[in-house]
Write a protein that binds this ligand. Structure first.
Ligand SMILES: [Zn+2]
Length: 446
C-alpha cells in the first residue's frame, strides 16, 4: 500500500514535471513580412511560422480603434493548396484580406494592428502559444494628379515647367520623363509646380507624364499636352591635347581629389580624369538636388546672361579629344564656356542660396547656387571665391573670379543650369521671352 502510494506520488511528480518542462518549451516563432508600414483597403498578409513541435493553430486578427476581428484561421490541412504552404512544423502564408471577404470587418483610414497568434502542442500534453503584432497605417484615399497649365514645349537638352494638382496632401508627385523623375513642390492648396527637362541624350518621343505616389505604393499618372523640339544638331568639336596643358592640369586635379588614383602616363591619367572623375563629379552635382528649397527663391527675373562675354563652347558640344594625332577620349560638354578677360568678376545668375563653394575635380573651384524647386546654377574654373556655402546671394552679386582651375584650357567661366540635378541648356534661362512664356504665363494660369 505504501509502495503504491509512493509510486503514485512519483508518477504525479513526473507528469507535473513534464508538464512544467513542456510549458518552458519555446512557442512557434512568427515573422510578419506584410503588411509594410502602409496598406490600402485590401491588406496584404505574409508571414512565416516555424516551430520545433507540431503547429496546431494559427489565427490572424485585425485590430483598429480597440476592436479586434479574426480575419484568418489556419492551418489548412498539410499539403493543402493556397494560401501559402502549410507543413507540420512550418507555415508560409501569403494572402490578402479585405472588408468585402471577411464578415464584420471594417477597415478605416488610420493606424491599425495585425496580430498573428500561433500555437503548438508539446509532447501531446501541453499547448504553447506565441503572438506577434505589426503596426500598419491604412490609407483609403487614392492618389490623384491632373494638369493645370497648358502648352508645354520642351527643347532637347532644355527645361520646362508645369502646374498641376495632386492629392492627398502627402503624396510624392512630379513629372516623369523616361525613367527620370522630377519632383514637384506644393504651392497653394493642392496646386504644385514641377520643373523638368528632356536630357540632351533622350529621344524626342520619350514618354512624359505626371505622377502621384503614396507611401503604400499606390500610383496615379496623368498625361499632359506637350511638344518636343530638337532645334539644332549639337555641335561637334575636336580638342587637341598637348603636354604643356596636360602637365599643368593633370597633377593639379589629382592633388585635389582622392576619388580617382590613376596610374600610367600623363595622358592615361588625363583620360581617367576626363571620364571617371567627370562621372563622379557629375554625381556629386546631381546630389545637390536633394538640398533644394521647396519654393522659388528667384522670383521670375531672367537669369543674368553674361552679355559682356563671348561663348567659346555651347551646351552639349560633342567633343573628341586628340593626343599626338590619335583619338583618346570622347565627352559631351554640358555647359557654356564664357570668356572675357582673366580674373573677370563672376556674379550669381539669380537670387538663391550657395550650396557648394569648393574644389570639384574637373570643374576646379566650383560654385553651385540653389534657386529652389530643383533649379540650380553652376560656375566652374574659378580662381577665387567671394562667398561660402550657406550664404544667400542676390542676382548680380559677385561670387568669385574666373580662372583656369580644373580642366580649363584658358581663363573662362564654365556655366550651366541644373534641373533636379540634370544639366540643361542655360540659353533658355537667359531669354526673357522664354521666362515669360514658359514660367510666368503658367504661374498666372495656376
Ligand atoms: Zn566648360
Amino acid at each position: 500500500m505504501r509502495k503504491l502510494a509512493l509510486l503514485l506520488v512519483l508518477v504525479v511528480l513526473g507528469v507535473a514535471g513534464a508538464y512544467v518542462a513542456a510549458g518552458m518549451q519555446p512557442g512557434p516563432a512568427i515573422t510578419i513580412t506584410k503588411p509594410g508600414k502602409f496598406a490600402g483597403a485590401a491588406i496584404p498578409l505574409e508571414y512565416d511560422i516555424k516551430s520545433g513541435a507540431v503547429i496546431t493553430s494559427e489565427r490572424v486578427f485585425f485590430e483598429q480603434n480597440g476592436a479586434r476581428v479574426e480575419v484568418h484561421t489556419g492551418p489548412a490541412p498539410v499539403g493543402a493548396a493556397a494560401p501559402g504552404a502549410h507543413g507540420l512544423n512550418s507555415i508560409h502564408a501569403n494572402l490578402t484580406i479585405s472588408a468585402a471577404a471577411v464578415p464584420n470587418l471594417k477597415v478605416l483610414a488610420g493606424p491599425a494592428k495585425i496580430i498573428v497568434v500561433a500555437s503548438a502542442t508539446i509532447w501531446k500534453i501541453r499547448t504553447v502559444e506565441s503572438e506577434m503584432a505589426t503596426d500598419v497605417t491604412i490609407r483609403l484615399e487614392k492618389p490623384r494628379v491632373s494638369v493645370v497649365s497648358t502648352k508645354h514645349y520642351i527643347n532637347l537638352g532644355g527645361a520646362e515647367m508645369i502646374v498641376y494638382r495632386a492629392t492627398p496632401s502627402d503624396v510624392a508627385s512630379g513629372v516623369k520623363v523616361g525613367d527620370i523623375e522630377y519632383p514637384g513642390f506644393a504651392t497653394t492648396g493642392d496646386l504644385h509646380i514641377a520643373f523638368f527637362a528632356l536630357r540632351y541624350d533622350q529621344e524626342l518621343k520619350t514618354p512624359m507624364s505626371l505622377y502621384a505616389r503614396d507611401a503604400s505604393g499606390e500610383v496615379a499618372t496623368s498625361d499632359f499636352d506637350h511638344m518636343t523640339f530638337a532645334k539644332k544638331p549639337f555641335k561637334k568639336s575636336t580638342i587637341p591635347l598637348d603636354d604643356k596643358f596636360l602637365d599643368r592640369v593633370v597633377p593639379a586635379i589629382l592633388a585635389g581629389t582622392n576619388e580617382v588614383v590613376p596610374a600610367g602616363s600623363t595622358i592615361d591619367k588625363f583620360v581617367v580624369i576626363n571620364s571617371e572623375l567627370r562621372r563622379r563629379n557629375n554625381e556629386k552635382i546631381r546630389s545637390m538636388a536633394e538640398k533644394t528649397a521647396p519654393t522659388m527663391l528667384w522670383g521670375t527675373e531672367v537669369f543674368y546672361p553674361f552679355t559682356n562675354t563671348k561663348a567659346e563652347a555651347a551646351f552639349a558640344d560633342f567633343r573628341t579629344y586628340m593626343y599626338q594625332g590619335k583619338e583618346v577620349d570622347k565627352q559631351v560638354h554640358l555647359g557654356f564656356d564664357l570668356a572675357s578677360f582673366a580674373n573677370a568678376s563672376v556674379v550669381a545668375a539669380n537670387k538663391g542660396k550657395v550650396l557648394f563653394a569648393a574644389e570639384l575635380g574637373i570643374y576646379g573651384n566650383c560654385v553651385i547656387i540653389d534657386h529652389g524647386m530643383g533649379v540650380q546654377s553652376l560656375y566652374g574654373h574659378l580662381s577665387s571665391f567671394a562667398i561660402k556655402a550657406g550664404d544667400m546671394v542676390e542676382r548680380g552679386q559677385e561670387i568669385g573670379k574666373t580662372g583656369i582651375t580644373g580642366l580649363a584650357g584658358g581663363d573662362h567661366l564654365h556655366f550651366t543650369m541644373l534641373v533636379n540635378g540634370q544639366m540643361v541648356n542655360p540659353i533658355e534661362w537667359w531669354d526673357p521671352h522664354w521666362i515669360a512664356d514658359r514660367i510666368e504665363r503658367k504661374l498666372k494660369e495656376g
